[in-house]
Design a protein around this ligand. Structure first.
Ligand code: BG6
Length: 255
């Protein structure tokens, strides 16, 4: 529309898409760092992008975070014109209950009238526990669903913010700081070059799985997240769809 033309948003979308080799970029006006309701706009834009990509039967794997929680709020019952199942992308990775993927999937299912599954596993699991978990039928079932997801929805966070929010132990905290991590997505921490410098050991979606996922939609806004967004997209094994805001987009284009 005309407002997007005037403010140069269309042009920014095209530039970021080209520079970062993405499938699509959607920028909403404003900066969610300073204007809280911009996060709701990110949510709405994500819902539109999701709807465009639905097929007959969909398995949608979703991460946690406040942005994904905002996405959940904007979903509406028209999703169920298609078959949709929401599954948490990975085991609990230390978030507060309201920001956990399990909670968000339940909310998404409630809003749309679709189905959802839960994955109750702790944040970090030992090798022994990991192996016995993998033999547990209920868990195996959800893991199979996750690996056949045709859509992944995830947030991107600032590395230190996320490590603190997850109450990461001192040893891992030092590792993250020393390795100069700047970005985080689904439990993976990235440095500016986009290299993985730390990873929360939990079951479910792994970074390499994204390569075979048809649609990967990353939703992250706020000027303070620009470095994080760039670091993650450097290594993303997939041409993602990026839903962001003007605040982050302007910073992204400066780099
Ligand atoms: C986490 C996701 O729960 O939320 C991450 O696993 C993401 O992928 C993070 O980086 C983002 O949180 P928020 O609150 O900034 O949307």
């Amino acid at each position: 529309d005309i407002m997007r033309e005037i403010s140069g948003i269309n042009e920014m979308e095209a530039q970021i898409k080209k520079r970062m080799q993405l499938q699509d970029v959607v920028i909403v006006p404003g900066n969610s760092d300073s204007t809280p309701w911009v996060k709701e706009e990110l949510g709405r834009a994500c819902a539109v992008s999701m709807k465009k990509r639905l097929i007959g039967k969909n398995i949608i794997a979703v991460t946690g975070g406040t942005t994904m929680a905002a996405v959940a709020e904007t979903l509406t019952p028209d999703f169920t014109q298609k078959e949709v199942l929401f599954v948490p992308a990975r085991g609990g990775i230390g978030e507060d209950v309201k920001n956990q993927a399990n909670t968000i999937c339940a909310k998404m299912a409630e809003q749309t009238g679709a189905k959802h599954r839960v994955l109750y596993v702790p944040d970090e699991v030992s090798k022994e526990v990991y192996q016995s978990f993998m033999r547990e039928p209920a868990i195996k079932d959800v893991l199979n669903l996750i690996s056949s997801a045709n859509m992944v929805l995830h947030g991107i966070g600032d590395a230190i913010t996320m490590a603190e929010r997850r109450k990461t132990n001192q040893e891992n905290m030092n590792k993250i700081i020393e390795a100069k991590a700047v970005g985080e997505a689904f439990g993976y921490y990235f440095n500016e070059e986009g290299e993985v410098v730390h990873k929360v050991k939990t079951i479910g979606l792994q970074l390499k799985d994204l390569a075979k996922t048809e649609h990967v939609i990353a939703v992250a806004g706020g000027a303070s997240k620009a470095k994080a967004i760039r670091s993650y997209l450097r290594s993303a094994p997939h041409a993602s769809v990026l839903i962001t805001d003007e605040g982050a987009a302007r910073e992204l284009l400066k780099g």
